[in-house]
Design a protein around this ligand. Structure first.
Ligand code: CTP
Length: 351
């Protein structure tokens, strides 16, 4: 009875490590020890972090058990790849404690982790681009990359294949392929390349609108006594607009969902939401995540809030929450677009 109450009272149950044997026992609903009876009585989110030898993880029986558990709404993390307890190396290593804790926090904060993105190719951009002036200097901005990394981490945790095109130095989330770039031109090239096979491209990066027209080959020196010379700027391509255009011409799949971000403040010409709607129409993307900025919010912080607007007029308000929770809400909005009968073609919709 004591065991039963543990499960009933819990806000979250995490099993780390979850062995192949535990997965099998939990999948079949056993309740003959403390752990399995706790799992069977739990009505809260359950997070399992597997650890076992590669052969065990890949065995059809374990695959079946993992599918059953995921179907029951239990979150089974993919194990990490690396050195195992014996001399062997491969898939089956216990995920890093920080990665387990991150998903535990997301579940405790009210986020969900459905296994709904398996088989999807998700491309995310993050961070502020760096536009070179000379070999040691660049023009940059305050974007930390946290929101984009959060989207990549949560998408991978929901089963997606994720490519993260980033200028940020944040650690790469597990099961995410990071492509490190610096400038807007590099980001454009690598994002378009990844977009050729993408089901969705989420443009969380803060791309510099301008770059220096001339990049010095060697470090610029301050000539004693002379006035500083100006830096002439030229416009960078708009990567999101190029993705929208490429979707029509075949370089990006016709049904690829395109998601933009906008940092807005209200002003005399409109509210944050009005500016967001106008930008969504101007950019031609399917979803726009609008953050209200300007009061020391958003950049570099761990929380974020705003609206998710879609091109058929829908809007979802997201209260200030962790960037991982917002990431989940953005992915929910993307998944909702995929489940629409008319796909991304909002103009065809009648509802
Ligand atoms: N973006 C892009 N390429 C650029 C500039 C922006 O792909 N050269 C993308 C960003 O990644 C983001 C969205 O476009 O998803 C932001 O749009 P933008 O019009 O640049 O918004 P703001 O930076 O808010 O600019 P504005 O001053 O026009 O309001």
């Amino acid at each position: 009875d004591v065991y039963k109450r543990q499960g009933q009272r819990a806000d979250l149950v995490v099993v780390a490590p979850a062995t192949a044997d535990l997965l099998a026992r939990a999948a079949s609903g056993r309740a003959d020890d403390l752990l399995t009876s706790t799992l069977l009585t739990a009505r809260c989110p359950v997070l399992l972090a597997p650890a076992m030898h590669t052969e065990m993880w890949e065995h059809p029986a374990t695959r079946r058990n993992v599918d059953t558990l995921r179907g029951d709404g239990i979150h089974v993390m993919p194990p990490a790849w690396g050195r195992l307890t014996g001399a062997d190396t491969g898939a089956g290593r216990l995920p890093e404690p920080a990665d387990i804790a991150r998903l535990a926090r997301l579940l405790l904060d009210g986020g969900s982790l459905p296994w709904d993105l398996a088989g999807k190719n998700v491309v995310v951009t993050s961070g502020g681009t760096r536009e070179e002036i000379d070999p040691v200097r660049f023009l940059g901005n305050r974007s930390s990359g946290k929101q984009g990394h959060a989207i990549a981490a949560v998408a991978a945790a929901r089963g997606a294949r994720v490519t993260l095109v980033t200028s940020s130095d944040l650690p790469t989330p597990p099961a995410v392929e990071a492509v490190h770039i610096e400038s807007a031109l590099e980001m454009r090239e690598r994002t378009l390349r990844a977009a050729a096979h993408a089901d969705v491209v989420i443009k969380a990066a803060a791309v510099a609108d301008f770059r220096p027209a001339d990049v010095a080959d060697s470090k610029l020196k301050k000539d004693s006594g002379s006035e500083p010379t100006g830096i002439r700027l030229v416009r960078n391509p708009d990567i999101l607009a190029d993705l929208v255009a490429a979707r029509g011409s075949g370089d990006v799949p016709a049904d690829c969902v395109l998601v933009g971000f906008a940092a807005e403040t209200g002003d005399s010409s409109g509210t944050v939401l009005e500016h967001g709607r106008a930008k969504l129409a101007r950019k031609g993307c399917d979803l726009l995540v609008v953050n209200e900025v300007g009061r020391g919010t958003t950049f570099g912080e761990d929380v974020n809030g705003g609206w998710i607007l879609d091109s058929s007029g829908g809007e979802v308000l997201v209260d200030r929450a962790s960037k991982d929770v917002l990431a989940g809400r953005i992915l929910d909005a993307v998944a909702a677009m995929w489940s629409r009968p008319s796909g991304v073609s909002a103009a065809d919709r009648t509802d």
